[in-house]
Design a protein. Structure first.
Length: 164
């Protein structure tokens, strides 16, 4: 019995975290609670790697507190920071959606906390709660679209500066 109470408390804690993430702000409490049961709480120490470029892992990660450095190998194989993400950011959405290898490395540069969902849990949501799965995937598509637009804009700015 106490194990069920602990699981319930853990799920409630994850639901409170989900409530802090802007893309989930329009979800009703019942759906947040359902979604919470598919996530697990994660903590990373300073310097801890969340995942490595080229790795075959597919977790979707929402970092809620702390700072994470996203790094990509250059032609010489050296890690170069391409982004620094502070609380309430998503990581791993590309590998989560298309089941590809990780396109970058993510390292906590301060203690960080967040929640993670495995690809298997997404499959379970699709099987047992398709309407919630559709909402989640629409939200992920929106995030991917926003990131693509931002990247396109930055690329255009870099290209324009090179042409000068």
């Amino acid at each position: 019995m106490s194990e069920n109470v602990q699981m319930s408390e853990k799920t409630m804690g994850i639901a409170r975290i989900i409530d802090q993430i802007p893309i989930f702000s329009d979800l009703p409490t019942a759906e947040v609670d359902q979604l919470a049961s598919y996530f697990r709480l994660k903590k990373w120490a300073t310097g801890e790697t969340l995942f490595n470029e080229g790795e075959n892992s597919h977790d979707l990660i929402f970092v809620v507190t702390g700072t994470v450095s996203v790094r990509k190998k250059d032609k010489a194989g050296q890690q170069k920071e391409i982004a620094k993400l502070e609380g309430k950011n998503v990581l791993g959405e590309v590998a989560f959606v298309d089941k590809s290898l990780r396109s970058a490395t993510a390292v906590a540069i301060s203690e960080a906390t967040g929640i993670a969902m495995s690809q298997e849990h997404l499959d379970s949501i699709c099987d047992f709660n398709p309407s919630l799965a559709i909402k989640l995937l629409k939200k992920l598509n929106r995030l991917l679209s926003l990131k693509l637009r931002k990247t396109s804009k930055e690329f255009a700015e870099v290209a324009a500066s090179v042409e000068k």
